[in-house]
Design a protein around this ligand. Structure first.
Ligand SMILES: Cc1ncc(COP(=O)(O)O)c(C=O)c1O
Length: 361
């Protein structure tokens, strides 16, 4: 199978051309995302603008979906299903981009703290064709609900159903960030920025961090990738990240034996735990301050992921200002959701979702 891929945006395929025959990509990236220097209290820092991965809907999910949907195409998939919190960016991005391929999309939602951003994402996903299923109140029954939905969908689609793990953090999704690591290395080598001493990235379901760690190592960058924990320790931790890095690396070696398999131990990885706050999705004071710091510099952060990550970077900048360039990887899409929100409405959501909107009035 030939990919017919313009690999300007896919340094992973350019570096190892054997992948062209073996690893299909659904091209979604608008191009390498820009890097920009910023000044904060006399110190310089850098931002990698993954908010610009695509003008349609950006952020980190676009990079993951290039490889997940590529795999779906390779497997002749008819339907995908995934899960996430009510305001999940991953679920919304999957609905938007899988639908473009004519795939049926099913989403299992579970509760998360309600705020305007969650509400907007829910209204936006109601404007897609995705079939939505809500798990109410009983988060501890999530595995059972997931198994039941999977069984129902298997009965309908059989082998043409592709489940996508929460957050898209499987080895295929992580490949998007291996590619991103190579993209950054290219920008360093072409003089667009100095080699960062530390790269700060949120850790929700680990795929972004794992892929970036592997991509930086494969690209020969000496940068330390610092994950910032933004979801529960049970999913965001160094052991899970180490396993995912190993699985992603093994997948690459299987596809192209010249690529070495890297197997980091958990203690080789660095995930900062001090910025999580009281719960997933709950804003922190340091995060709110970081948002205020970055906003006038043209960087819009979200409270759940990127604000906490930026707070961690600013803390480092304050404590060790002269320890080499720091880079914030902005994973948040600030694309305008109006096209989907204007097609969506509360009435298009299944009845089980309606009480969330009523409680607001
Ligand atoms: C904006 C944003 N940043 C970061 C993350 C975390 O990425 P990962 O789940 O790969 O750890 C997410 C995940 O949903 C996200 O939506």
């Amino acid at each position: 199978m030939s990919l017919n891929l313009d690999d300007t945006h896919h340094p992973l395929h350019r570096r190892w051309p054997a992948l062209r025959q073996r690893l299909m990509v659904r091209p979604l990236l608008a191009g390498p995302t820009p890097v920009e220097p910023l000044e904060h209290q006399g110190s310089k820092l850098w931002v990698k603008h993954d908010n610009h991965t695509s003008p349609l809907y950006g952020g980190n999910k676009v990079r993951k979906l290039e490889y997940i949907l590529g795999r779906a195409m390779q497997l002749d998939t008819q339907a995908v299903w995934t899960m996430g919190g009510l305001g999940s960016h991953h679920a919304l991005a999957t609905a938007i981009y899988a639908e473009q391929l004519g795939l049926d999309v099913h989403v299992l939602h579970f509760e998360q703290p309600w705020n305007d951003h969650v509400r907007d994402n829910l209204l936006a996903i109601s404007g897609t064709q995705a079939h939505l299923h809500l798990l109410e109140h009983h988060r501890n029954t999530l595995p059972l609900a997931a198994a039941a939905l999977h069984a129902r969908l298997m009965a309908r689609y059989g082998a043409r159903l592709l489940p996508i793990v929460a957050g898209g953090s499987d080895p295929w999704g992580s490949l998007g960030f291996v590619n991103a690591g190579l993209e950054l290395a290219q920008q360093v080598r072409s003089g667009q920025l100095p080699e960062p001493a530390r790269i700060y990235v949120p850790v929700g379901s680990c795929g972004t961090f794992a892929g970036l760690w592997l991509g930086c190592r494969l690209a020969g960058l000496g940068s330390k990738v610092i994950g910032v924990q933004v979801s529960d320790t049970v999913v965001a931790n160094v052991a899970t990240a180490a396993v995912l890095i190993h699985r992603t690396s093994r997948l690459l070696t299987r596809l192209c034996p010249q690529i070495p398999t890297l197997t980091p131990r958990p203690w080789h990885l660095h995930i900062e735990r001090g910025h999580f706050g009281p719960a997933y999705g709950a804003p922190t004071r340091a995060g709110a301050q970081a948002s205020q710091t970055f906003e006038p510099m043209g960087v819009k952060l979200d409270p759940t992921y990127t604000a906490k990550t930026a707070a961690c970077l600013l803390e480092r900048l304050q404590n060790s200002p002269s320890n080499g360039p720091l880079l914030l990887w902005n994973t948040f899409s600030n694309a305008d959701l109006t096209p989907w929100m204007s097609q969506g409405s509360v009435d298009r959501l299944p009845g089980a979702y309606h009480p969330y909107f009523k409680d607001q009035d």
